[in-house]
Design a protein around this ligand. Structure first.
Ligand code: UDP
Length: 239
């Protein structure tokens, strides 16, 4: 697989064209941002961890019947993926109240929800990814009715799969953000699933093992990422 011209550089990844028009190569960076880019830093080793963890989880998700963009891991940081047109929605599923949900609704962090919830943010950095509903998404031509139904069905299936995988690793899946894309007209899972995009709390101690350590200056950020990866069975060298 040959890396050609760079197509795009985002906050956490670079994306390259390949000789196959249906395939891109993503390259994960160690750069970390939070609060819509206001807080910037580096989490050493994060790129490799997020790449390998996403690939492991995407293969499990695919095996359970949700199509993903995963094609092939090329090395620690780089993966070949199907080229999709991203649906500009951040799809957030929650099992336990935290973060913006707790703030907006006045529900203390850690409150178990009666059932998993789904919400959509419109992906737009200038507007700060505003919260929208499916009616807005349809009205804005962001997605069709049937695409939204598929996205909702897949998001809850992914929640069931991830909850179990993380529980086996001694981690509670509090909430997560995923993104979908269109590949030859079909909705498939794209982007990543990693401690950057999930809230993961240690089952025993309740310790936060995710990007909140960076967002909230809790320390031991690198250590938490390495620990999550190791618990999922990935061999990660100490840096
Ligand atoms: N999230 C993300 N990218 C974003 C916003 C949120 O990956 O731009 C993830 C976040 O890590 C958490 C979940 O989505 O696992 C829910 O985040 P929330 O809406 O509570 O926002 P936050 O408190 O992170 O601002």
């Amino acid at each position: 697989m040959q890396k050609c011209e760079q197509l795009y550089e985002g906050k956490a990844k670079k994306v390259f064209l390949t000789e196959n028009p249906d395939v891109l190569i993503v390259s994960y960076k160690d750069d970390a941002t939070a609060f819509n880019g206001l807080k910037k830093g580096t989490i050493v080793g994060k790129g490799a961890i997020n790449n390998r963890m996403t690939n492991l989880l995407f293969q499990r998700i695919e095996a359970e019947g949700v199509p993903t963009h995963y094609v092939q891991e090329l090395n620690d940081r780089e993966t070949a993926v199907r080229r999709v047109e991203i649906v500009p929605l951040e799809v957030i599923v929650r099992n336990v109240a935290a973060g913006s949900f707790s703030k907006r609704l006045g529900v203390p962090e850690g409150t178990e929800l009666a059932e998993p919830t789904i919400e959509f943010s419109y992906k737009n950095d200038e507007l700060g990814d505003p919260l929208i509903n499916s009616s807005f998404a349809k009205a804005l031509n962001v997605a069709t009715s049937s695409e939204i139904e598929t996205i909702k069905k897949y998001a809850f299936m992914i929640n069931d799969i991830l909850k179990l995988e993380f529980l086996k690793a001694g981690l509670r899946l509090i909430d997560f953000k995923i993104e979908f894309g269109r590949f030859h007209g079909k909705i498939i899972l794209a982007d990543e699933v990693s401690p950057d995009t999930c809230r993961l709390w240690d089952v025993e101690s309740g310790d936060k093992m995710d990007k909140d350590r960076f967002r909230r200056d809790l320390g031991n950020v690198e250590e938490a990422y390495v620990e999550v990866a190791r618990r999922l069975g990935l061999e990660i060298e100490k840096k």
